[in-house]
Design a protein around this ligand. Structure first.
Ligand SMILES: [Zn+2]
Length: 383
């Protein structure tokens, strides 16, 4: 770690201490600092004050990192001022730049939401904001919990995770879906957020930042693939940008079989994106869909074979010799039918419980042609 990195690391730790003051104002340290430096206000509003301690000065200096990093999670939007709070994620300034023309100066974000759909009132958003900010707002991954006033979390997606793991596709495809829904792919946008790349736009269309939702669904290159699928898939969702919402909506509208194809095709689209980025190769939508269908068919066939194998009754276990109980005897017999002479030959052998031969009998019977009758005669004779 270089000196500059160490400096940033230190700053990040101090900012974390500042965040604790915000998150846990009832803690002992938070109470002491508040009492001394901002008795009437909050940490985010506090001035440095006179003769600040070294600790307070350090945390206060690191506060700018928090200011840069803090943005409201929208929730129900009722406490967020459209023009005064930083709530839209951009790589630069987060305060809204569009002029106050239609809504009031102190209007809240909740006024932009359609309470029936839990989504933006898109007409109003278009009227209030510039094209650039409209795009940013529309692309926000947050979904709104109007009733609860908080963002959805992993627990609320339990049904989705269950559906993913129950989806009858190969395990690597399930893992792929889970990662996509959790946004843990190295997309350009994710790498940009981690300061790994300076270039967030989609490497295929360059029209938008490359999020998981974009590259797998809304990118024109992905559209080309989905458009070749069934109508229910290609029309299933267009409003949502984050992949988890797309999946949730699609699972409600498409059949189980269609969802299997969606899962496999999405993975193929991601592989194609990687081939494009790293090898400069681009596979046509038709080929992507054909490969996906082939994979699905192969998988379904393998599943069927496995089902058949499990449902086929097993061969009866081979009978093995068991020692007889003491004092008992065992009679074995066999028959041979001579159809030409209409005669049957019968042989018997009697052993005791130790295996010693006690008696043997060979005889013939005339006028018998049927093997079952011959066996019955032999059995009677043996007894
Ligand atoms: Zn794209």
């Amino acid at each position: 770690m270089g000196y500059k990195d160490l400096e940033w690391f230190n700053m990040a730790l101090l900012a974390k201490q500042g965040w604790r003051l915000v998150q846990n104002p009832s803690g002992l340290v938070a109470k002491i600092i508040k009492e001394k430096y901002y008795p009437q206000g909050t940490f985010m509003e506090a001035n440095l004050g006179r003769q600040p301690s070294y600790v307070w000065r350090s945390i206060w200096n690191a506060r700018r990192l928090l200011v840069e990093g803090l943005a409201w999670r929208v929730g129900d939007g009722s406490k967020i001022s459209i023009w005064k709070d930083k709530w839209v994620s951009t790589s630069t300034a987060r305060l809204i730049q569009s002029l106050v023309l239609i809504l009031a100066q102190d209007a809240k974000v909740s006024e932009l939401l359609d309470k029936e759909t839990n989504w933006w009132n898109t007409t109003l958003v278009h009227e209030v904001f510039s094209a650039e900010e409209t795009g940013l707002i529309s692309n926000m991954a947050e979904r709104f919990e109007v009733d609860k006033g908080s963002c959805s979390n992993r627990d609320s997606n339990k049904g989705l995770w269950k559906a993913i793991w129950n989806n009858g596709v190969p395990r690597p495809v399930k893992t792929f879906l889970w990662k996509a829904c959790n946004n843990i792919f190295p997309t350009k946008e994710n790498l940009f957020k981690k300061h790994v790349t300076l270039d967030p736009p989609c490497p295929i269309c360059s029209l938008e930042g490359e999020t998981v939702g974009h590259i797998l669904w809304s990118c024109p290159s992905a559209h080309d693939v989905w458009n070749e699928c069934t109508t229910r898939i290609n029309k299933s969702t267009s409003d949502y940008i984050d992949f988890i919402s797309i999946m949730e909506k699609m699972m409600k509208r498409t059949s189980e079989e269609e969802m299997k194809l969606v899962a496999i095709a999405a993975r193929q689209i991601w592989h194609r994106r990687n081939s494009m980025v790293f090898e400069g190769k681009f596979t046509s939508p038709t080929t992507i869909l054909r490969i996906s269908k082939d994979q699905l068919e192969t998988h379904l066939m393998a599943e069927k074979q496995e089902r058949d194998r499990r449902s086929t009754p097993r061969r009866p276990e081979a009978k093995c010799w068991k020692k007889l109980p003491a004092g008992s005897f065992k009679v074995n017999w066999d028959t041979l039918v001579d159809n030409t002479r209409r005669r049957v030959g019968i042989g018997h052998i009697v052993r005791d419980y130790g295996g010693e031969v006690i008696a043997m009998l060979c005889e013939t019977k005339d006028y018998v042609q049927d093997p079952a009758t011959a066996e019955a005669l032999a059995a009677r004779r043996g007894v």
